[in-house]
Design a protein around this ligand. Structure first.
Ligand SMILES: Cc1ncc(COP(=O)(O)O)c(C=O)c1O
Length: 350
């Protein structure tokens, strides 16, 4: 008996995982801290109860795409849905990346972009941005010199928190033939959306999610706004019936309750700004500006020790020390969670 042999190099790579540890305040995954409103949960239960689950779902997710298009002010022919924006990105790279094709990322950024380029057997080029991590004309020119097939711009960027200027996305779209994928997972919290460029720049595609501002990380709903030709290419690589009837129903119910979800955004932004202000006032702590629902910071001393100290006090944050020297990232939680984080930080640094 022999063990099956995976693709070369597969076992040199570890699974992409962030710790899912139990903690009183879980501030490590940039989720919405508020549970879904009662009205939403009842409407979702009702919608799921009446689904004909013995049948395959609508392969085109037509109703959900129509509602997302309406919500985004974009044509339905240029609107696509998938299981989280991660799947949107994977489908975009299946269609536009792959063997012999170059994907370019500006680091530090969301590690999944690079991971999905690898999963889809593409070549990767990394350009590094220094603090404050904002794209400039020099970065655009350096990217164009690489003659990439796909370029990622994450705005607001995870894990740094800053949004990127839309003029830089436009310059990128004009100086290369590449597909420019703008990852706007956090756009509802801040920054200028890039979807307005699509009409004049059909090589721009925007990926968004219901996981953050819509408080639906558990439902796995992401969407893409792009030129209709790009969406047609996604149809060529998607699996049939890739969005389940339950997921489609959850998306429709979420859009019926969009006002309630958007009403929570101000509270999240307030807590985010309170974190930045509080961190900046602590001697030795470096806090970065954020347009998202999380804050990147550097404590004085050893950040890993501070990470453990926070966890010992029931607060889980993200350890980013392997990506940005001595850096941690904290998600804007409820007022109580943020109070708990700030108190625990004081004690962890003592
Ligand atoms: C920048 C960015 N893009 C995409 C995602 C994935 O979102 P989804 O839950 O829609 O797959 C995340 C999740 O944290 C993210 O930070």
């Amino acid at each position: 008996m022999t063990n099956p042999k995976p693709r070369p190099g597969l076992r040199d790579v570890s699974p992409y995982e962030s710790p899912q540890l139990e903690a009183a305040a879980r501030l490590n995954s940039n989720e919405c801290p508020y549970p879904l409103p009662e009205g939403f949960r009842n409407a979702l239960a009702e919608a799921v109860r009446s689904l004909p689950l013995n049948r395959y779902p609508d392969r085109e997710a037509k109703r959900l795409r129509e509602r997302i298009a309406e919500h985004s002010g974009h044509a339905v022919e240029g609107t696509w849905v998938a299981n989280g924006s991660n799947e949107v990105i994977q489908q975009l790279l299946l269609a536009y990346g792959g063997p012999g094709r170059k994907t370019l990322v500006f680091e530090p950024t969301y590690a999944l972009h690079e991971r999905i380029a690898w999963i889809t057997h593409g070549e990767l080029v990394r350009l590094r941005l220094d603090g404050p991590f904002t794209l400039g004309s020099g970065d655009v020119a350096a990217a164009a010199d690489e003659k990439p097939d796909v370029v990622f711009v994450c705005s607001p960027n995870n894990p740094t928190g800053n949004a990127q200027p839309v003029w830089a996305v436009e310059e990128l779209a004009e100086s290369t033939d590449a597909l420019i994928i703008v990852d706007e997972a956090y756009i509802e919290f801040g920054g200028e959306p890039a979807n307005g460029l699509i009409a004049t720049h059909p090589n721009v595609a925007v990926a968004r999610t219901f996981s953050k501002a819509f408080a639906l990380a558990g439902a796995r709903i992401g969407y893409c706004l792009a030129a209709p030709e790009v969406i047609d290419d996604l149809r060529r690589v998607r699996l049939p019936y890739h969005v389940s009837a339950i997921t489609q129903a959850a998306g429709l119910v979420a859009l019926d309750h969009v006002k309630e979800a958007m009403a929570l955004l101000d509270a999240v932004r307030r807590e985010r700004d309170r974190i930045v202000d509080a961190l900046a006032s602590i001697h030795g702590v470096e806090a970065f500006h954020s347009d998202a629902n999380f804050v990147l910071f550097r404590p004085p001393g050893d950040a890993r020790r501070v990470w453990q100290g926070l966890l010992d006090h029931g607060v889980l944050v993200r350890d980013l020390t392997e990506v940005i020297p001595n850096a941690l990232r904290v998600t804007a939680g409820t007022t109580d969670e943020v109070d708990r984080f700030l108190k625990a930080l004081e004690e962890a640094m003592a």
